[in-house]
Design a protein around this ligand. Structure first.
Ligand SMILES: Cc1cc2nc3c(=O)[nH]c(=O)nc-3n(C[C@H](O)[C@H](O)[C@H](O)COP(=O)(O)O)c2cc1C
Length: 390
């Protein structure tokens, strides 16, 4: 992959991340479930959605601002939760949260982030969104929620599409699912091939523990011990009754992430979620499920004005953002691109990526002849493309 001296796109940052990260970490971000068909479809299907170009409309004053989950944003974008982001650059979640704050978009801290919610909040003045999975030990869930609330979080993004982790073959090939000496030596060799990363993250980025869970995981410095703990905590018995329990516990805004079906979307509204994220976990769970671009229109229609519909998966540009809004989303979460920018160019990379997407969105709005984000809709898509989308 050639490394552009002046990165302009998500793909450029991906190339920088590839050059910077040990192979097992690059593949951990880049990969998806089994044959990665859904991962590829997530990206490709946005390209089948064509904006409708209009001319000679007064587009002197374009406004990309909106609110997401009640929070004012410079554009309809939030950084999605990504576990282990703090392994991609020194204190990575703090750098990304600072970048998001500077560009006025929300940052979501993963349950399995390296930096704790307190560390992120000490470094920023606007509170992050906090992502959580249902854990078998509900006492830990309750404790994590209380900690997040006490730290100032008011938006809980609860992920519901991970009763079990998907099969990610790239991780298997790097030995991440096998304990013992051989995979450790394999990883050590990859680390030594990336001295810049070793110096930045391992030597200057300590402690590399799972910040929000450090009280719960007995030996979180040991990757294998952590994996065993997480595996023991995934709870395939979770049902809507647990979400009702959660709703009762969390006084702030609740976003359910991982909805890919209209029936589930209506249930989400029924249990009192203010927002939902149409998501297949970035193609990392069940390979073969539809792309989010395909599922978004029917889910947005089923939900109507009863909740905010957000979407993630395969969004790679500000133009994709425009496409998502035209198909009915109120906003977009982005995963891999911000992590590539963080790994490849740190905080300033994440800032530059968001700024570039804002300019692209503005350009798309200008050429589609629509001046306010709230007014973007199906009428801003080419009629042929509209017929092609289910
Ligand atoms: C490396 C990686 C780690 C992720 N970790 C989490 C996580 O901890 N919690 C979560 O809810 N989603 C997680 N996700 C899913 C993202 O939040 C998001 O749904 C997905 O990345 C969107 O697709 P995109 O990467 O194509 O933008 C992760 C995704 C990636 C790529």
């Amino acid at each position: 992959m050639s490394r552009p001296p002046y990165p302009a796109t998500a793909a450029d940052y991906r190339a920088l991340a590839h050059a910077r990260l040990p192979a097992f970490l690059f593949d951990y971000i880049d990969g998806g479930a089994t044959d990665e068909h859904t991962l590829q479809a997530n990206v490709a299907d946005w390209q089948n959605v064509s904006p409708r170009q209009r001319v000679l409309i007064n587009v002197e004053r374009i406004d990309t601002r909106t609110t997401l989950a009640g929070q004012a944003c410079a554009l309809p974008l939030a950084l999605a939760p990504v576990g282990l982001a703090g392994m991609m650059a020194r204190r990575g979640e703090v750098q990304a949260a600072r970048a998001a704050e500077a560009q006025q978009v929300p940052f979501t801290l993963s349950t399995v982030g390296i930096c704790s919610v307190d560390e992120v909040h000490t470094a920023t003045s606007s509170p992050s969104w906090f992502q959580l999975y249902m854990l078998r030990d509900r006492g830990i869930v309750r404790a994590l929620l209380e900690k997040a609330w006490a730290s100032g979080c008011r938006t809980l993004l609860f992920t519901v599409d991970l009763p079990l982790p998907g099969m990610r073959h790239r991780d298997t090939r790097h030995g991440l699912n096998a304990g013992g000496l051989r995979p450790a030596l394999l990883r050590a060799r990859q680390v030594l091939a990336r001295p810049g990363w070793l110096w930045d993250v391992v030597l200057r980025g300590q402690p590399l523990v799972f910040g929000s869970l450090s009280a719960q995981v007995p030996d979180a410095r040991d990757l294998d011990a952590f994996k065993n703990w997480v595996d023991s905590q995934f709870d395939p018995s979770v049902t809507w009754a647990d979400i009702e329990w959660l709703r009762g516990l969390w006084p702030g805004t609740l976003i359910l992430k991982g909805i890919l079906d209209t029936e589930d979307a209506r249930r989400a509204v029924g249990v009192g979620a203010e927002s939902l994220v149409v998501s297949n976990h970035g193609g990392r769970q069940l390979d073969g499920v539809r792309s989010t671009a395909r599922k978004l229109p029917e889910i947005a229609q089923a939900v109507g004005a009863d909740a905010e519909v957000l979407v993630d998966g395969g969004v790679r540009s500000g133009t994709d953002l425009f496409r998502a809004l035209a198909l009915g989303a109120r906003g977009v979460l982005v995963g891999r691109p911000w992590v590539w920018a963080l790994a490849g160019a740190g905080e300033s990379g994440v800032r530059a990526l968001i700024a570039s997407w804002q300019r692209e969105l503005l350009l798309a709005m200008t050429l589609a002849g629509v001046t306010r984000v709230a007014d973007i809709g199906p009428s801003h898509l080419d009629p042929i493309a509209r017929c092609a989308t289910p």
